[in-house]
Design a protein around this ligand. Structure first.
Ligand SMILES: *Cc1c(COP(=O)(O)O)cnc(C)c1O
Length: 219
């Protein structure tokens, strides 16, 4: 099924939209099956799990960390992670920078914006994002590259609300880009809402259950 699911999703994707296959909680065999169909970008939300899978799988895979970050674990992925989606603190950027430097790497990061109305979601306000992007302290971090924004919409079936949240992030993103030309990734959209996210400007979708099937526990 994984092959069919992937092919179905890819067939509908516009050329400028990148698919991250979210493989958290799934066994190595499932990732291998996706790999065989040509998928090379995988997303995980736990650093240790991502490290184990990195060690076990081919090295041309690009690993995206999509979960909330614990600063003390960044060091375990600094030698290979390709893109970190969920940065929501300047302090975390400092840690990523320090760990990237040890490996002589520059790690691409997205700042996570809070767009959902729910209280539980992590993320920065638009003002906080502007402040981080313009801070001298950020400019001095030579081993990170902030290349875009990430957002998670409210968990709801209400299309109008989802659309409003995606659009607000897209408009903010476009406005930021006039000043910060390095920003070119807008990561938004998951299994339930990626079509709407693409209609509203997403350039990177993070799809798990529509590819690999439902997860056994809620993560
Ligand atoms: C789990 C997860 C996804 C994928 O969710 P699905 O609904 O299974 O597609 C996307 N983004 C983040 C941040 C996640 O934690």
């Amino acid at each position: 099924m994984i092959k069919e699911n992937l092919e179905k999703i890819k067939a509908t994707l516009p050329e400028n939209v990148t698919l991250v296959a979210v493989s958290k909680t799934k066994p190595i065999e499932d990732l291998q099956e996706a790999y065989k169909t040509g998928q090379r970008i995988f997303g995980e939300n736990k650093i240790q799990e991502m490290v184990d899978k990195y060690d076990a799988l081919p090295k041309d895979i690009k690993w995206h960390m999509i979960g909330h970050l614990q600063s003390n674990k960044v060091k375990y992925m600094a030698h290979f992670v390709d893109l970190i989606h969920g940065v929501d603190k300047l302090k975390t950027l400092n840690v990523i920078n320090k760990e990237a430097k040890k490996h002589d790497r520059i790690i691409d990061c997205l700042l996570q914006a809070k767009i959902a109305k729910e209280e539980t979601k992590f993320g920065l306000s638009f003002n906080e994002i502007e402040a981080i992007l313009s801070a001298k302290e950020t400019a001095a971090l030579e081993n990170i590259n902030i290349v875009g924004l990430m957002g998670m919409a409210t968990f709801t079936d209400n299309k109008n609300q989802l659309e409003e949240e995606f659009l607000s992030l897209k408009n903010f993103f476009n406005q930021l880009r006039t000043k910060h030309s390095k920003l070119n990734i807008l990561s938004m959209g998951m299994s339930g809402d990626y079509k709407l996210a693409i209609e509203n400007g997403s350039t990177m979708i993070r799809v798990g259950s529509s590819i690999f099937g439902h997860r056994n526990y809620n993560q």
